[in-house]
Design a protein around this ligand. Structure first.
Ligand SMILES: NC(=O)c1ccc[n+]([C@@H]2O[C@H](COP(=O)([O-])OP(=O)(O)OC[C@H]3O[C@@H](n4cnc5c(N)ncnc54)[C@H](OP(=O)(O)O)[C@@H]3O)[C@@H](O)[C@H]2O)c1
Length: 334
């Protein structure tokens, strides 16, 4: 192939601007494995990069897209051979490396995971970084002794990619889950994913005391700010709060009281630079015991082309999406 389609973000006098254009392999950042991309997924971070609302890309021009699935065309690393089905999430793609919003990607072998049996290339990207992050959070909570008997897990930003998949995984792992959402009209969607209870965020009594009545067994938080602060005050003794996102605010405020008087743990979740053994184990869980039911029907909001990515990114930034946008590339025809 001489050239192929990619969505690249350029730095312009008006700020970062995304456009679909023709690029050549030599234009891409290096990587041992050439992947014909089948699907990518649109994450909040991609939306920030594509709209220029966040400083995600470390250099310009850069192909955006932190996730991809596809088929190996060529590899100079013996771990992979032509025809292998693979996926990658994070690992610098769509940040300091050219990413998945392109028909071809050059990917460091270290970043690639063989597509686990039980997942299609589309399903892998319906989960993508969102699913991987939710599963990593659940794994860390379990490692820190979270168990269903402690009570329901509160999930914030529940209609988002991470939140929605977290509801599904919690169900599969035997927990009850409460979806805290800004979209009460999405209650049926949230219940179908796995929520046992749906709570409108605006109706939550956030309280102010360092310790409020403890009601949650634990929490997965995608919002930060005042909601995260509320969770620290209301999680029961020895519960865990997986701190994932900042869709509302990057602020973290509160006191040490929940930590020292209830043994509550705040677990940092970081999905980009993850030890390879953890990556493989988490994807094994996602494709196996924690595999959400009906991934395509329940998690995918729409399968879109590269040209639709900027509009979809605006929807995500406005907090209006329910479910995941999956981006279809030419490799999907393989
Ligand atoms: N730590 C990591 O490695 C990692 C990995 C992936 C994602 N993240 C972060 O986790 C968060 C969620 O990611 P995502 O991909 O699930 O995003 P998403 O699909 O855009 O979902 C975010 C959800 O948060 C809520 N929300 C959005 N804007 C809000 C606002 N201004 N105030 C309050 N609530 C708002 C909405 O849910 P409701 O309407 O249901 O409340 C929205 O659906 C983001 O901050 C993202 O950057 C972190």
């Amino acid at each position: 192939m001489t050239s192929f389609k990619a969505l690249r973000v350029h730095q312009t006098p008006k700020g970062p601007t995304a456009c679909v254009e023709s690029v050549r392999l030599e234009d891409l950042t290096p990587g041992e494995v050439l992947v014909r991309v089948a699907y990518s997924g649109l994450n909040y971070k991609d939306a920030l990069a594509v709209t220029g609302r966040g400083a995600i890309l470390r250099a310009y021009p850069r192909v955006a897209g932190i996730d991809l699935s596809g088929v190996v065309e060529h590899s100079s690393d013996v771990t992979f051979k032509p025809g292998d089905r693979v996926l990658a999430t994070g690992a610098g793609l769509g940040e300091w490396l050219d990413g998945g919003f392109a028909e071809y990607a050059r990917v460091p072998a270290e970043a690639l995971v063989p597509l686990p049996p039980g997942l299609s290339l589309l399903e892998a990207m319906a989960l993508g970084t969102a699913g991987f992050t939710a599963a990593l959070a659940l794994r860390r909570m379990l490692e820190n002794h979270q168990h269903p008997g402690q009570g329901a897990i509160a999930v914030t930003g529940a209609t988002g990619g991470v939140g929605g998949i977290a509801l599904a995984l919690l169900k599969r792992a035997g927990f009850t889950a409460a979806a805290i959402t800004g979209k009460p009209q999405a209650a049926a969607f949230l219940r179908a994913l796995g929520a046992d209870e749906v709570i409108e965020r605006a109706r939550l009594d956030l309280g102010r005391k360092p310790l409020e009545t403890a009601v949650w067994g634990g929490a997965l938080d995608n919002l930060g700010g005042e909601v995260l602060s509320y969770l620290t005050r209301t999680v029961k003794p020895w519960g865990n709060i997986a701190c994932i996102g900042l869709a509302h605010s990057p602020a973290l405020s509160g006191t040490v009281m929940p930590l020292i008087l209830r043994g509550v743990s705040l677990l940092g979740i970081h999905s980009v630079q993850v030890p390879r053994a953890w990556r493989l184990a988490v994807w094994g869980q996602l494709a196996g015991p924690w595999r959400p039911a009906a991934i395509e029907q329940r998690i995918v909001r729409a399968v879109i082309g590269l040209e639709s990515v900027p509009d979809a990114a605006q929807t995500l930034i406005a907090g209006q999406a329910t479910g995941r946008f999956v981006v279809r590339l030419r490799g999907a025809e393989c």
